[in-house]
Structure formats: C-alpha cells, structure tokens
Write a new protein. Sequence first.
Length: 89
Amino acid sequence: MYTQTVTIQNKQGFHVRPAQLFADKAGESGAVVKLRTEDGKEADGKSMLELMTLGIEEGAVITIEGSGDGEQEVVEALAALVESKFGEA
C-alpha cells in the first residue's frame, strides 16, 4: 500500500470536472485507489459518483491510497493532479 496526503487548492473544490479527471486517471491503473477525507469518509477513487458524495471543498486535506500493481505511480499521478488544481486557474 502506498499513500500520499494533499490539500485541495482549487476554489470550487472537488466538483464534477475534478472528480471526473481524478476517476479517469485512477482508472488508468490496475491498482485499487481509495480517497479518504480528514473526517474518515472514504470513496473509490475510480468512481466519480462516490468522489462527488464526499463534498470536498477548497482547503480540505485528503489522503490518496493505492494498493496493488502500479500503486505508487497512480498515487503520485493523482497527487500531482490535485496539486495542479486540476488545471483550473
């Protein structure tokens, strides 16, 4: 298992577009990907719907967890996506 903790920096938080980008990137890997919030809520990183139900806002600290084949690569790619503010200004 490989984990990384990052902070959501885009102003609108984890809305539809970031959730889709995150799920798509997670889906490129064979690893199981989970996203966990500070208050213990968890979602399948490959499910846009589950990600949206977390209600993650700007400033939230999340932990991305990968397990299985390619776990480190996918977690690092997802962390970089979050840190890039999902390409938003």
